[in-house]
Design a protein around this ligand. Sequence first.
Ligand SMILES: [Zn+2]
Length: 194
Amino acid sequence: MNCADCRDALEQTPLPQDVAAHVRECAGCVHELSLLQREDEVYAAYAARIEVPEMWGAVERRLRRGVSPWRKRVRWISLAAASLALIALAVITTSTRPPRNPVAVAVRAVPGPAGEAVARYRIAIARIEGGIRQRAKDDPRAAAAVAALPELTVAIGAAETGVAAAPADPIAVTRLVAAYDAKLEVLRGAAHVQ
Ligand SMILES: [Zn+2]
């Protein structure tokens, strides 16, 4: 087994025998594995802290009180709920290979409990966005995804402003995660058609 094949298989649990055997012999792949394990720990800490049911309860209470503009944005709310349920899936199934400690960088950039999740979304998006933009000239699916990006970028920007103003506000956090999740899903939808 070579290092490239090994790294493609590092996220499997348990590690296949040949992968485990390679990791025991290869300092580079041991390091890669330790990065992945650290990511899992960071995500687990995030998931433990964000307390999705409580957050969603707060969103619902605000909805019932008719706080605008959320009342008009039920689709966004649904998306946010779906995002929270799916965030683990999105993070786990999106292979992220940070060059070095991007989680800490993004925790500074986005305060509060959303920081680590946002860092992961940024990494996942950065990994595929360039390739999709390049393909957009000849690939209609890629072109459609690229055409949707400006609107999503505006949504992300607005949501980041909201979180900066109120880092612990569950609606602000939910909205931000939902906006990143929407962008990643659009890109991944185009990435998987090849
Ligand atoms: Zn190796």
